[in-house]
Design a protein around this ligand. Sequence first.
Ligand code: CU1
Length: 531
Amino acid sequence: MTTITQGHDAAHDHAHDSHGPARGLSRWLFTTNHKDIGTLYLLFALVMLFVGGGMALVVRAELFQPGLQFVNPEFFNQMTTMHALIMVFGMIMPAFVGFANWMIPMMIGAPDMALPRLNNWSFWILPFAGTILLSTLFMDGGGPAAGWTLYPPLVLQSGNSLAFAIFAVHLLGMSSILGAINVIVTIMNMRAPGMTLLKMPMFVWTWLITAYLLLLVMPVLAGAVTMLLTDRFFGTSFFQAAGGGDPVLFQHIFWFFGHPEVYIIILPSFGIISQIIPAFSRKPLFGYSSMVYATAGIAFLSCIVWAHHMFTVGMPLAGQMFFMMSTMLIAIPTAVKIFNWTATMWRGSLTFETPMLFAIAFLFLFSIGGFSGVMMAMAPLDFQYHDTYFIVAHFHYVLVPGALFAAIGGAYFWLPKWTGHMYDETLGKIHFWLSAVGVNLTFFPQHFLGLAGMPRRIPDYATQFADWNAVSSIGAFLFGFSQLMFVYVVVKCIRGGKQATAQVWDNPEGLEWTVPSPAPYHTFDQPPPIK
Ligand code: CU1
């Protein structure tokens, strides 16, 4: 047990550095401390939120009114492509790896991640990969403009920047794989005595399963983009019909990665929500073991549904039926989770601090994305929705008030643990309401646009789509600028504020019911008492 407490002693945080604590820039460059690395991941994700968000606002500005206004179609396509790549690989995934770094060792009673130097490397790959990816926008001909799915044959029309974009995707994938290895080894080998697998906090469980998904699918993405690289630059014809290849093959390989990728993003979100709701309901998580099995079930099913992205390619009926049924099956374990979260709140003594507001909004709004997912899982209906704004509305409900709200809620929830200070609750609540209004104003009208037939990824549209596009753009700017408030709250919390207690929230049930004593929770300034 002494390892638990020592590992969290502030003076012990530089244990991996035999030359004494490093200062300034080298502290961050050479750190092997899971908290420092977690902070780096989270700050990088926050910066990328604004980079990717700025690109979304370029898109929404262009779509504010019919007719070309701000950018040319080529640049518009580069923006949709880069927005998605940055948000998926540069923002939301690093954010959750940041949460994993901070919380997993503390939650399982480990002194650090199992492979601290690898941990440093997996972070520092990211800024270089992100820079390479963004630099393609400034290359001759601009960045790739075929959407983040990089479908051939269109993407093969890209200039030389495609090689750099593919290299960046390789690096980002490598970073994720190294992070996943670290998470698995830490959880399997470094749990405190008594911390059996089925006692681990849900966040740890969801990340363990996510890490296995990452190991399974990131190499598949690497294979897909490598084949694109050789098709474009070395004369192969994997995806080119003229040389005997098949562009549909790319879609199969891409979505074998791409669908599980959705769950790589959403499972850690589920984990965070499963920590927040019990804390503010003052009850243990309802149905803990069913949550674990539901998470594993979702992960398994996510690997056998990929072709629901490709119903319109001319798939045999048997294929359509299989992918339709398997996709709809995912609704069952997901419903188990929604039920369990609701049951956790049932008859709890609820309070509505900012993290809880984001968690409850997550329940409602992620479910909207889930329901529209069931709609488009049905092959005959998908023929109507395919490549319309309905799809854009669907996955943004999953990813923004879903994954991003979970990340923001988790940040509010653990900021006091991370900084030793309470954040400003009033500003937090204002930030929540602005975000909740902004996000629905942005994405709900996109359902109507899609059902009315507005195509996605097109910089201009017919006039009958004008009104809802204007609403959507206004919502996007409201949502985007509201996030500046989040930055203000975070900076204010880092720099000072009311001292947080070691336990922070007043509920031992929700926070520590799975953690053996001595509780590994603590703040920067207050290491836990040594027993
Ligand atoms: Cu999918």
